[in-house]
Structure formats: C-alpha cells, structure tokens
Design a protein around this ligand. Structure first.
Ligand SMILES: Cc1cc2nc3c(=O)[nH]c(=O)nc-3n(C[C@H](O)[C@H](O)[C@H](O)COP(=O)(O)OP(=O)(O)OC[C@H]3O[C@@H](n4cnc5c(N)ncnc54)[C@H](O)[C@@H]3O)c2cc1C
Length: 266
C-alpha cells in the first residue's frame, strides 16, 4: 500500500491487532471475485473503525498449511523470522462485519497474473487458517463536504460498496472495470455512476479514469476517495491537488496495487 507524494491518509483509529481466525465459507460472487468469510477465533474481539476499513491478510508461507505466526504477530517480528517461515499476504477491505456471529467477509479479486494472496483465495476452503492484521482506514470525509466522489477499479469496489452502505453525503462513483466485471452497488439515493470498460484481461490503471475525473465540473465542495492502481491514483491526486487546488483533507487516494511492481512497493 502506498500514498507517495503526500502525507498518508491512512489512520488506525484503534490500536492495530492480529486476529487469528479460520475460513468458514467461500463463494464465487461473479467475475472476478471470490467472497471469503472468516469466522470466530480472535474475531470475537474485532471492533469496526470505519467504512473503508481494511486488514492485512496473513497466510501460511507458500506450500505450507499451518500459520507460522500467532496473535502476537508484529511487523518487526516478521523481519526477524527466517524467510521460509514468514507469512505471506496482502491488504483486503472488510466487505462486511457481522459482530453477532464474529464473522468478516472479504471480496478477493482473482487477477492475472496471480499473486500469493489471490492464488490462496482461488483455492481457499473452509477450515483453512489465516490471520488478519489491522484494522485501518483512509476514508475520512470532513464534516463540511456536500458530496463525495468515489473512484476505483475492481480492488476498490468492496470499499466503495461499504462506504455507500455506511451513508454519508450524496455520491458519484467512477469505476474502471474489466468488461466482464458485473457492477452491483448498494441502492442509495442520489447515486450517479460512471463505468469505464476496459477490454477483457487487460490489467487496469489506464488514463481513462483520470480523463473521467478531468471531465467533471466544479469539485470544490467535494470529498474524493479512491482505491486502485498506484500510478492511476497518483495521477488523479496530482490533478485534484495541483490543478483543481483541492485541500489535502478533501483528497484520499490510495494505491491499492501496482501494475509495475518492480518500480516500487505495492
Ligand atoms: C487498503 C487496501 C485495500 C484493498 N482491498 C482489496 C479488496 O477488497 N479486494 C481486492 O481484491 N484487492 C484489494 N486490495 C488490493 C490487493 O491488496 C492487491 O491486488 C494485492 O496486490 C493482491 O496481492 P497478490 O498476492 O494477489 O498479488 P501480488 O503478489 O501483490 O502481485 C502479483 C502480480 O499481480 C499483479 N496484480 C496485483 N493486483 C492486481 C490487480 N488488482 N489487477 C491486476 N493485476 C494485479 C501485480 O502487478 C503483480 O504482477 C487492497 C489493497 C489495499 C492497499
């Protein structure tokens, strides 16, 4: 996760923790997502912190079945572990938290090329162990904003849906999606949606998302949140901050993944 060029909008409203848990259900929910439900274990003590709350999914090292960490996990501790023992993983948004049954759903995009987390998700089965580190947030609309613009690709969709469900000011959604991806957003009043299709199998992060934001009229009273490809989010942030002069508190665009991971952290 990265938010180069500006102070990070990411906050941890509560002290972060590691929740050791278990996969309880796996459902295909339409291209390209699989919904994974984690239940029980440490999730009894999970406390929600915000609409776009996200966790780092910690998994067994590739080729292993058992977790090599416990609820005492820390990032400093990880650096001390022999490489073969280190957990692997990635960040995912809490699509739904059901405190009454101590369950959390995440919607994982099965992208190509795959990575360790998406490969794990593609094969996930009830009973498999995992841990979730967090939660943190990046969606913090100032109270005075009159409307919100929510931007993303497939990786941002779970957060966009959760943000819409949480209420808040009238929203416009702009998403760039593979033409095969179904767009089903929660029904909320005054929602305007712009969908940009990209050809099947293309990786995303094209300039059309920036062009769609450029085409919007005045945004001076809006809050802009986004989660998507790193360079795409960076280009939109520069446009909003440098050309439109929106304040830092009005703009929270987070690089959720990197199309060119060799160029830096993802
Ligand atoms: C705060 C936050 C919240 C997120 N929430 C979600 C979520 O709810 N659902 C979700 O699916 N993702 C989400 N992501 C994005 C997810 O963490 C990344 O896609 C991550 O790279 C997946 O890890 P991996 O191990 O599968 O792939 P990696 O090992 O990181 O990458 C392997 C290869 O896959 C490519 N790749 C990675 N992601 C994509 C992609 N989306 N499309 C095309 N190619 C890709 C990389 O460029 C690389 O070549 C979120 C990220 C952040 C920072």
């Amino acid at each position: 996760m990265s938010d180069a060029e500006e102070p990070s909008p990411v906050r941890a409203p509560l002290p972060t923790e590691t929740f050791v848990t278990t996969v309880s259900r796996v459902r295909a929910i339409g291209h390209p997502f699989v919904r994974i439900t984690f239940a029980a274990g440490d999730l009894e003590r999970f406390r929600p912190v915000g609409a776009d709350q996200f966790l780092y999914l910690l998994l067994p090292p590739v080729g292993r079945e058992e977790l090599t960490i416990d609820s005492g996990f820390t990032w400093d501790g990880l650096r001390e572990m022999p490489e073969a023992e280190r957990p692997v993983g990635a960040y995912y948004t809490v699509r739904e938290h059901r405190p009454d049954v101590a369950e959390i759903d995440i919607d994982v995009m099965l992208h190509e090329p795959a990575g360790v987390a998406s490969s794990w998700a593609a094969e996930a089965k009830p009973g498999m162990p995992a841990a979730l580190w967090g939660p943190r947030t990046a969606y913090h609309p100032p109270p005075e904003v009159r409307r919100q613009l929510l931007i993303g690709d497939e990786t941002g969709l779970p957060a966009i849906a959760a943000i819409l469900e949480a209420g808040g000011p009238p929203a416009r959604v702009i998403v760039e999606l593979d033409e095969r991806t179904a767009l089903e957003l929660p029904r909320v009043d005054d929602l305007k949606t712009t969908r940009i299709d990209r050809p099947a199998g293309e990786p995303g992060g094209d300039p059309q998302l920036l062009e769609a934001v450029r085409a919007l009229s005045d945004l001076s009273d809006a809050y802009v949140w986004g989660g998507g490809e790193f360079d795409s989010m960076g280009a939109i942030r520069r446009h909003l901050r440098e050309e439109r002069r929106l304040s830092a508190t009005q703009v929270s665009l987070v690089g959720y993944w990197r199309r060119n991971p060799s160029e830096g952290a993802g």
